[in-house]
Design a protein around this ligand. Sequence first.
Ligand code: ZN
Length: 281
Amino acid sequence: MKTPKILLGILASGALLSSCQKQDTPTPEEAKMEETTKQLKISKEELKQIANLHFNTKDAEVIDFLLPNGETKKSFLIEGDILLDQEQLESMSSAKATAKQYRTYNLVSTPRNINVIGFTGGSGQGLTSKQRSALQRAINNYNSLNIGLNFTLTFGTNYGPYDIVVYQNPNGEAGGVAGFPNGGDPYKYVQIFSGMENYSTATNEHVMTHEIGHSVGLRHTDWFSRQSCGQSGESSGADGAVHIPGTPTGYDSNSIMLACFSSSESGNFGYYDQVALEYLY
Ligand SMILES: [Zn+2]
């Protein structure tokens, strides 16, 4: 994010987008249904578990997460674009906390070749031409780093054998969703929302690089404040935070891992994103 802070404030009402942001205002009935779903599906205990992992619980919700084949799976959605399933929440809760600010407890085992497929199937889940270009650029971002992860990219429909499948959610919104690594593997499902077609290839590249960042274990660099989303003063506790050496402790306006993005992203890593990935991998 290259936009200065002051501009961020101005943009907050319009051009700043979080992955969970709805482009259409829900009808009161839809909003009520969504609220009811939240109340029904997330227990106090689960919210506590999420908070204990130092995620922002404010907008935590349960969603039917769309898979490339059109099936859905119930998952927790936190901080706008991070998926956790029930088992992962349990295992992360019982895991020993070793770090938290920029990464999750689980990383991808290295050295590792990560096979990525850009989904080209039908039913609205296939990537557009712009999204395919953006994905190639996002993969190039990772391969330009001197890390123990190497990415190969192909396009097709047979995503079963691949480590990561990047596909479209035809929901008309702007943003994307992914989850965290599990068992030494990256998170397999990386969604890009169909509303991204209205943005530049570079901004698409930004969102894809960001979501793949989650898939290999990066967290939001502004998890503590969500300042990039125009929020402030809503700070999560810092207990147990282990800072990645060589990266800032405060707000890093250049990070690709900020929770929200603008419509004019470069698509490239910030300097400290590279420092963090080279430290971790
Ligand atoms: Zn994110």
